[in-house]
Design a protein around this ligand. Sequence first.
Ligand code: SAH
Ligand code: TMP
Ligand code: ZN
Length: 406
Amino acid sequence: MPSCIICKGNYEPFISFGRMPIANGFLTADEFAHEYFFDLEVGFCPDCYMVQLVSQPEREQMFHADYAYFSSISTRMAEHFKDFAGLVIGSYLGNRNSFVVEIGSNDGIMLRHFSGAGIRHLGVDPSANVVRAAREKGIETICAFFDEDVAEKIKAEYGEADAILAANVMCHIRNLHSVISGIKILLKPDGMLLFEDPYLGDIVERTSYDQIYDEHAYYFSLASVENLFSAHELEVTDAIPQNVHGGSMRFCIAHRGAYDISPAVWSLKKKEQGLGLNTGATFDKFRIDVDRSRDSLLRALNDFRKERKRVVGYGATSKSTTVINYCGITPDMIEYISDTTPTKQDKYSPGMHIPIKPYQRFLERYPDVALLFAWNHAEEIIEKERHFAESGGKWLLYVPDVEVIG
Ligand code: SAH
Ligand code: TMP
Ligand code: ZN
């Protein structure tokens, strides 16, 4: 039986996806023979309620000088982080000498608002290529995996932080206790940690199983986050749902006793009990829902193939790697996947090796059906591609349910 990384208790995995490649491991044909695979399995710890990957590839396997995800590719996310930065500047950076640290700052999508306003800031990210992109924008960034040692060094050189920010990265980090010890060291007595990640409640409610892939070591609920941080004498003071990445939660965390607890924390706790995020039976039902989702998506794709429709994927998301490999979506089912990220283009999708093509290809010759792998950006995309639907194109969606819309 695996043991929980957070509390060391034992748990049973509740779902296994089988052998999976690295979700962001887009590759060239000459790399097929050496592709890396691991067992993707998830478990729920009944002692601390943390939902977690049973095993995760080495971090250097995922985050390196050729990391495929550049945050600034999405205009919707750029707006989101502008608002996030605005909130932090307005609420937590009182004086002129304020200092803000971001963990997982990527290409500077959020920190640019601090650098632009002349606020002392520091990004920490281990992926050299995205760090370079941030530095080119004048954003101060160190290339490292954040942990207790890095926090000590930052504190010695820059002093304590008024705010520590982290978006879509806490859930990536397996050695979370070291990260949280680092945060505890680096955060001013009245400082605030704000972090957001895909929310377990949304994953369960929407059967968005494609949030499960190598990079996501944890699937947070308020209950598990409270248990995790209270072990470090930090507490959740607020929890604010975010309408990004298919449903995220922003947790505000401070030194114990430093801030009042928002009523939102109490109401989310009640909601989670209603959802059963603290009981194993919920995750057994989730597994059944996942299988059902896979069966309906395959049925839809097979029907389109019989009708000789041209189907292409839209958005070579990291999430799509789970869907494609778990469902067994082969290159004869989708012609290619359209993506706007230059580093992904003209490579192949991890595992099933579906070609990734520049977005231009989609525009030049619309397919009959677009399978929306970037469903988390559905609003932005469907609006942008109005002309595709007006020309008779159909969208195939699979979250929360498999459906075809015109
Ligand atoms: N915050 C951005 C990027 C999320 S992608 C956004 O929300 O769009 C996750 C980022 O975290 C990657 O750039 C990756 O290199 C970085 N990362 C992974 N492990 C990390 C760690 N231990 N410390 C700091 N950054 C890390
Ligand atoms: P994400 O779901 O991890 O944010 O990744 C989104 C992917 O989809 C990224 O590779 C860029 C791609 N994409 C497009 O190709 N077109 C778009 O309009 C958007 C929003 C994203
Ligand atoms: Zn546990």
